[in-house]
Design a protein around this ligand. Structure first.
Ligand SMILES: NC(=O)c1ccc[n+]([C@@H]2O[C@H](COP(=O)([O-])OP(=O)(O)OC[C@H]3O[C@@H](n4cnc5c(N)ncnc54)[C@H](O)[C@@H]3O)[C@@H](O)[C@H]2O)c1
Length: 336
């Protein structure tokens, strides 16, 4: 079977990394077309891998030398670009968010439904991270008993002043939304947000850190600490608490353990990775390999359009919860 010819739309931080991974570490795919709003950037990235550029994203999607598309443009462009892929009937890996609000996200779910195929995969790469995948298997095996609680921590080293409380929900907590839905296998029914004293590193009016609390349909409680100016590094970890056991993962012991401190005492632990690329590089590679393998036969293998819609609905409720301090219910629409 010949290689899947992929167009990548948006080659900033995420798209650039996907191009590199697809070209050098994934089998069965060739990046044939690069598109970016910034043509100079597109030319530079295309030149590094021998692809051509297309200045119009819709022309890239409809090009004869394109079998499938990776969308890594800003979220505001996703809706139009995903719908164009559905119109052409080709597989697409869309970075989160699916669209910028739940109403338009549900329209994309319906548009996909009309094609009669599953063509949209969402870039929730944590599902492919070996630790999350192992935790999912452990939960599904029943060894922990019924799951009662999930505790998630999401800390970044630093973020600019534009990264406000709403973005902390839509850009960061969105991953914990998908993790909770994936591990628990059920929908989130409500969201509440608690705002402790803010770090002095946060701009005026930004609540950093926050504790976000989800309650699922069956009554499982999920706590998420979101702290995007923690000044240490990228710390993402999760603990699942069941009736008969618990599992903790994401401690991420990069580097060596040093056992001789200057005062003769021991040391325990390792380095904290600086960013999400270092932490999740293997997950992105596995994600892309699964997607390429599935796209070569016309489908997807991972979170789909509904997962993108559900995440958008929970995030919208989360932003409302930040604003009001209330417990905000999540109401999911129907695709019929
Ligand atoms: N899954 C993850 O862990 C993860 C991590 C980071 C970002 N993302 C997502 O990836 C997407 C890109 O984020 P980023 O951090 O790479 O942003 P970025 O700003 O670094 O890159 C975006 C690129 O898209 C280009 N662009 C702008 N409008 C465009 C359009 N209409 N069509 C094509 N290209 C366009 C810009 O010139 C820029 O080069 C966002 O949706 C973001 O939420 C996902």
């Amino acid at each position: 079977m010949s290689d899947l010819r992929v167009a990548v739309l948006g080659v900033g931080m995420m798209g650039g990394f996907h191009v590199e991974t697809l070209s050098r570490r994934v089998h069965g795919a060739t990046v044939s077309v690069i598109n970016d709003y910034d043509q100079a950037k597109a030319v530079a990235v295309a030149g590094s891998i021998g692809a051509r550029t297309e200045s119009d994203p819709l022309a890239a999607i409809n090009a004869d030398d394109v079998d499938a598309v990776v969308i890594a443009s800003p979220g505001t462009a996703h809706e139009q670009q995903v719908l164009a892929c559905l119109d052409r009937g080709i597989p697409v890996l869309c970075e989160k968010p699916l669209t910028v609000d739940p109403v338009s996200a549900l329209e994309v779910v319906k548009a996909e439904r009309r094609t009669g195929k599953q063509l949209v995969q969402l870039g929730f790469m944590r599902r492919f991270d070996p630790e999350y995948a192992a935790a999912k298997q452990l939960i599904d095996s029943g060894e922990l008993g019924r799951v009662l609680l999930l505790h998630c921590v999401h800390r970044n080293m630093a973020n600019g002043p534009h990264f406000d409380s709403a973005m902390m929900i839509t850009d960061s907590v969105v991953h914990e939304v998908d993790v909770a839905r994936f591990l628990l296998g059920e929908e989130i029914a409500s969201v509440q947000v608690l705002k402790p004293t803010a770090t002095s590193a946060a701009p005026e009016g930004v609540s950093d850190p926050m504790i976000v609390i989800f309650r699922t349909g069956s009554g499982v409680i999920v706590t998420v600490e979101i702290f995007v100016r923690a000044q240490i590094g990228y710390e993402v970890r999760t603990e699942v608490v069941g009736e008969r056991g618990s599992t903790l993962f994401g401690l991420d012991q990069h580097g060596i353990t040093k056992l001789s401190g200057p005062d003769g005492s021991g040391r325990w632990g390792g380095l904290v990775p600086p960013g999400f690329i270092e932490r999740f590089a293997p997950a992105y590679q596995i994600e892309l390999q699964h997607w390429v393998d599935a796209a070569r036969t016309g489908g997807i293998d991972g979170p789909g359009a509904w997962d993108g819609y559900a995440a958008a609905a929970v995030c919208a409720a989360g932003v409302e919860a930040v604003r009001t301090g209330e417990v905000v219910p999540v109401t999911l629409g129907s695709i019929e």
